[in-house]
Design a protein around this ligand. Structure first.
Ligand code: C2E
Ligand code: CA
Ligand code: CA
Length: 757
């Protein structure tokens, strides 16, 4: 067959193939599709040109072929460059470069086309080839511009692929290498034609083949071997143990972790089946193809957690081809999970249940045993703030820990307990499960020691006993709290049981407290006065005693609200008000030689500056300090003794008279007198009246009176109810008296009417 015909057919077939590929590339969803399509389309015109040169015997056709060839190559190279950039994910860093390339190509195209007029670039010569006319191109000098430009661009394209080839990870460089070497081949092939000027130019076959190969490599080729390798590498390194089995269920491969887990090496795969047996129990394995399950195994003392997964691969006829087993060691994750959930449920310091978890556990118990009666205990360390302040946080922590271990030791297993927060704990036990006598004993002398220090820790328990109707846990705790709050700070009583009356009292207290401010403004609260008489029965002064005449509740005794206000700190407001009332009266009674005694609660010292308040009041009303007498009780001396003594001294220096109220009621009365510079002692008959032995009572009274005389302190007896008492006290040498025998406390107007007229 004619060789020229044969090559013509090849060119036609190549063009058709390229067209099909361009169409496929155009339809492809890959990013590379469009630039690939452009490149493939661009290769077609020069191939057609080459076909015309090779196949025609007409000079005109051959000349048209030449133009198609040269102009087409410009477009091909340009599109090949665009494709290379898109394939290698490059963009122009410099827009000028793109413009330069475009303009150079434009100039080249123009100068080639201009050849039709000027014939400066190339000409055609007629030769004979295989027995027929063949037209061959004769290059002139400007033709070299075309060549140089094309070679430069091709070199640039090669550079792009080469760069990617070297600087990509090994497993990817093949993608660039294949295209690089194909292109290099094409260039060599073409150069051969350019240099040799072989009569039959078939250089475009190279471009065509390059187009088809690029199409295949960029769109279709998958390096299966490489992928296999990658998969194998990845599975070998996986943290899970992986085993592959063949159709006979024999292990054919295991990864490193898989070998380690069973303690075998690569040559012992036949042992895998046997060694895996402990991982399969009837519970976690079933006959299905695919299953997954969890397994807990005891490894000496430790627990090991595994999750297993099996997958079977069947062929299209349903026959088992292979299977694999994946075993993951979840021990660490499980331990972390357990630890996290443990931490969420337990208090860091004491390791007891947290409040939330304790509530949950209590709810569980109630649900499980609906008929059981329970005691819910709210436990409070009363002096915890003091312990922290005085001994430091570490000792405070130690106290909490020791209380926690107390709970561990004494709460029976049928109950639950936890730390509610700060210095409070909660216990929930079946009613009667704890020996309360033992608890009382424990609490009464409870001390905590850290080796160096020992401290008496005061713990109070409020107990709520569940009834038949269900109540939510937090309400139960509210009630136990109310019970706890009702315990006085008297060091003897540590336990209180909740009763409905307590809740009512609590409500009453809340209401009364919220009403105090208004009561003072509206003068529902006012002073009553009780006269004080001397040895001749003459009125020398009065004690101001607070009264609350409530619009709804009627007459309220100070005994009902004073302890409450002492607890919540409102007492200072009330007392300051009373002191002011006394000063107003003294101001009104300017020309009378009468004094008024006011009460100062021990709690006033916590909440206000007593010295400053009193001094500024007498200044404000311009009153002689000796007319405002100050009554303090010995309980003032429980804390901060030095400062209190100093305060009393200062008051005396300023001219105030300080009286010791309720003398004999406390335990350190006599001791107190030694240190405290007191002017008057008020002996309360009430403390002596209960004594059966009248003679003894009298002799005690007599000695107190004598002793006070010796110390230069004026003795005053209050609570004098009868004439006999008065006369007896007179004979003992008492100097002042107060009591119902003379007069009861009375409203100010009555006092003024009776005694100041
Ligand atoms: P107190 O300071 O010892 O006051 C004397 C109490 O004894 C008064 O009770 C008075 O009414 C009562 N009393 C007086 N003479 C007799 C008597 O012959 N027989 C009997 N059985 N009782 C007599 P009151 O007014 O109920 O006050 C009770 C306590 O309340 C006072 O005891 C005092 O501790 C406190 N208190 C009263 N007013 C105030 C106040 O304004 N501020 C403070 N902080 N406490 C006050
Ligand atoms: Ca008093
Ligand atoms: Ca008194």
């Amino acid at each position: 067959m004619n060789i020229r015909l044969a090559f013509s057919i090849i060119f036609v077939l190549l063009s058709i193939a390229l067209m099909i590929c361009a169409f496929v590339a155009y339809r492809s969803k890959k990013d590379i599709g469009k630039p690939l399509c452009n490149m493939l389309v661009a290769i077609i015109p020069p191939i057609v040109g080459n076909f015309l040169i090779v196949g025609s015997t007409s000079k005109t056709l051959a000349t048209v072929g030449c133009y198609l060839y040269y102009v087409g190559i410009d477009f091909t190279v340009f599109q090949a460059l665009r494709f290379a950039m898109s394939y290698c994910k490059l963009t122009y860093k410099n827009e000028k470069l793109r413009l330069l390339i475009l303009s150079l190509l434009g100039i080249d195209v123009i100068q080639i086309l201009a050849n039709t007029v000027f014939h400066h670039c190339f000409g055609m010569e007629e030769t004979e080839l295989y027995g027929s006319v063949y037209y061959r191109m004769i290059p002139y000098l400007p033709q070299n511009l075309h060549r140089v430009l094309v070679y430069l661009l091709l070199a640039g394209i090669l550079g792009i692929y080469l760069n990617k080839m070297f600087f990509s990870p090994r497993m990817h460089s093949w993608r660039y290498a294949t295209i690089f070497f194909t292109l290099l081949g094409v260039i060599t092939w073409c150069t051969f034609y350019v240099i040799s000027r072989t009569p039959l130019d078939r250089s475009m076959i190279g471009y065509g083949v390059f187009g088809l190969l690029t199409f295949y490599f960029s769109l279709y080729y998958k390096p299966t071997r490489l992928i296999d390798r990658l998969l194998l590498d990845i599975s070998s390194e996986l943290p899970d143990a992986i085993y592959f089995f063949n159709d006979n269920d024999e292990c054919i491969w295991a990864n490193k972790k898989g070998l380690n887990l069973l303690g075998i090496n690569e040559g012992e795969l036949e042992n895998v089946r046997k060694k895996l047996e402990p991982f399969f129990s009837s519970e976690n394995v079933n006959n299905n193809d695919n299953w997954s399950s969890c397994l807990i195994m005891n490894d000496n003392d430790d627990k090991k957690y595994y999750s297993l997964e099996r997958r079977v691969i069947r062929d299209n006829k349903g026959r088992v081809g292979a299977s694999f087993l994946n075993i993951r060691d979840d021990t660490e994750m499980q331990i972390n999970l357990h630890r996290e959930s443990y931490n969420a449920r337990h208090d860091n310091l004491t390791d007891l249940y947290t409040k939330d978890h304790l509530y949950e556990r209590i709810e569980e118990l109630l649900e499980k045993n609906p008929d059981q009666k329970y005691s819910l205990v709210f436990m409070n360390i009363c002096n915890f703030k003091l312990i922290n302040d005085i001994f430091g946080k570490d000792f405070g922590d130690e106290v909490l820990k020791q209380v926690a271990s107390l709970l561990r030791k004494y709460v029976p297993h049928t109950g639950v307990y936890g730390r509610i927060g700060g210095d409070t704990f909660g216990v929930f036990v079946p009613k009667g499960a704890i020996d309360m006598e033992l608890v009382k004993k424990l609490l009464s002398g409870y001390e905590v020691s850290n080796g160096d220090m020992t401290y008496k820790v005061q713990i109070h328990l409020g107990i709520y006993e569940t009834e038949n109707q269900r109540m939510d846990v937090s309400s139960m705790f509210d009630r136990a709290r109310i019970a706890e709050a009702s315990i006085d700070n008297n060091f003897t009583n540590h336990i209180a049981y909740y009763g409905e009356d307590m809740r009512k009292k609590m409500l009453w207290e809340q209401e009364i407290s919220s009403e105090l401010k208004r009561a003072l403004e509206e003068k529902q609260i006012r002073p009553y006065l009780q006269p004080l008489v001397d040895t001749e029965g003459k009125i020398v002064g009065a004690e101001a005693l607070v009264r609350w005449i409530h619009p709804d509740r009627g007459f309220l005794s100070p005994a009902s609200f004073i302890p409450l206000f002492e607890r919540n700190g409102m007492i200072a407001e009330l007392d300051k008000y009373m002191w002011r009332c006394a000063c107003e009266l003294l101001d009104k009674w300017k020309d009378r030689d009468l004094f008024i005694s006011v009460n100062i609660s021990p709690k006033d010292f916590y909440f206000t500056d007593v010295y400053k308040d009193i001094s500024s009041l007498v200044k404000e009303y311009n009153i002689k300090p000796s007319r405002l007498r100050i009554e303090i009780t010995e309980s003032v001396m429980i804390s901060d003794v030095e400062n209190k003594i100093e305060l009393v001294r200062n008051l005396q220096k300023d001219g105030f008279i300080v009286e010791m109220d309720d003398f004999g009621s406390g335990y350190s009365s006599l001791n107190m007198l030694k240190n405290m510079p007191i002017d008057v002692i008020k002996i309360d008959m009430a403390f002596l009246q209960n004594a059966k032995d009248v003679k003894r009572t009298k002799s005690i009274l007599r000695s107190i009176i004598n002793m006070s005389e010796d110390l230069g302190i004026v003795p005053l007896t209050e609570g004098v109810e009868t004439k006999e008492q008065y006369e007896a006290l007179l004979s003992m040498g008492c100097k002042m008296f107060q009591g119902y025998y003379f007069a009861k406390p009375m409203p100010v107007e009555e006092f003024e009417n009776d005694y100041l007229k």
